[in-house]
Ligand binder design. Structure first.
Ligand SMILES: [Zn+2]
Length: 82
């Protein structure tokens, strides 16, 4: 089992959501930096991804995080004028 040769970032029974592959993974598969977790169940790991997605949507809908809506004066040229 080459996967267990080095220090593992997870072990069987621990669930992660892999940002690299966009899916839930169990145990040591990908770099810890690419994953969220560990979680006790696949459902929890999947839900973590949903939570992050919701957070992203909130950011996109929040003017403070969206440069595209900076139509006020004094914002400088963004090159996005029609
Ligand atoms: Zn992965």
């Amino acid at each position: 089992m080459a996967l267990f040769k080095k220090r593992a970032t997870g072990k069987p029974g621990e669930w992660y959501y892999c940002l690299q592959h966009g899916k839930v993974e169990e145990g040591p598969q990908c770099r810890a930096a690419d994953r969220m977790g560990p979680y006790a169940t696949r459902e929890e790991a999947a839900h973590a991804m949903e939570t992050a997605a919701e957070r992203n949507r909130e950011w996109q809908n929040d003017p403070r995080w969206n440069d595209d809506v900076s139509d006020g004066p004094g914002q400088g040229s963004t090159g996005r004028e029609p």
